[in-house]
Design a protein around this ligand. Structure first.
Ligand SMILES: C[S@@+](CC[C@H](N)C(=O)[O-])C[C@H]1O[C@@H](n2cnc3c(N)ncnc32)[C@H](O)[C@@H]1O
Length: 248
């Protein structure tokens, strides 16, 4: 097992807890699960710390989702595809009375997150190291105050558009798990994906786009730390859009 770990393999225990309904078999993750080999310490955290912080979606969700944290919380937020974790960590440090669920199937991103959580003893993050679709199906109705989807894989080629995470089906899933009055943030630097997301969110009666003027989507959200993909987009001359919707 030690040998396998040093090759950057995720322990099977974490990756096999995937329900088997028809929707789940299809899945929504088409990206890369592994990058470079994990260092020994990272692999150790993946094996030891990740199971402690992972949500057990093989069991029914608790009626009170906040009970996944051992202390009282004011809010619960989910970040889908946190990548290197810059934004999720910034939010968790700034808002200690909010509980965060971070979802990221990319093993190296998750390993990086685990290292920071351990080093800084961050108490208010729980993790899901797999496809967000499974998590959205597991979460109780009206349990979240906010969902963030930042620089989701854009799948720019038309034949891959069906892989985009924003779909009418997933918009309905966001509506189910968000509390009325809850927020959904979607930022992207790919204009066809911004249009794609707007079309799907504007036709969903559960969501209201908050923008009143161009700067509301041209400027980042307040207290925005940026993300790695955003930096890449800005370096390459692409202008992101920052959409925000209220669950009515
Ligand atoms: C382009 S990266 C952006 C990462 C980060 N949010 C940022 O802005 O730097 C998209 C991320 O979404 C993750 N992702 C893609 N499909 C996903 C899914 N179905 N569930 C959860 N995460 C997903 C990928 O693994 C990847 O890390």
């Amino acid at each position: 097992m030690g040998e396998d770990r040093s090759r950057g393999q995720a322990p099977q225990s974490v990756l096999t807890e995937i329900p088997k309904s028809a929707a789940h078999q299809r899945g929504a993750f088409f990206g890369r699960r592994k990058g470079h080999k994990l260092r020994k310490q990272q692999a150790g955290l993946y094996e030891d710390l990740l199971p402690k912080l992972s949500l057990d979606i093989s069991q029914a969700a608790p009626r009170e989702l906040a009970s996944i944290f051992p202390f009282a919380l004011e809010k619960l937020q989910l970040e889908i595809g946190f990548g290197g974790g810059e934004h999720l960590l910034h939010e968790a440090r700034k808002h200690p009375s909010t509980g965060f669920i971070g979802c990221e199937p990319f093993i190296n991103g998750m390993a990086k997150m685990l290292a920071v959580i351990q080093k800084e003893a961050i108490p208010n993050i729980r993790l899901h190291p797999s496809d967000a679709l499974y998590l959205l199906e597991w979460l109780p109705e009206h349990s979240l105050d906010r969902i963030d989807i930042l620089y989701a894989d854009p799948w720019p080629k038309k034949r891959h558009w069906k892989r985009r995470f924003i779909s009418d089906e997933n918009v309905a899933r966001f509506a189910r798990v968000l509390k009325p009055g809850g927020m959904l943030r979607f930022a992207s630097d790919i204009d066809t994906y911004v249009e794609w997301a707007l079309v799907r969110l504007l036709r969903a009666k559960e969501f209201h786009w908050l923008a009143e003027k161009a700067d509301d989507w041209r400027l980042p959200y307040p207290d925005w730390p940026g993300t790695r993909y955003e930096q890449k987009a800005l370096r390459e001359g692409r202008k992101p859009a920052y959409l925000e919707f209220r669950r009515v």
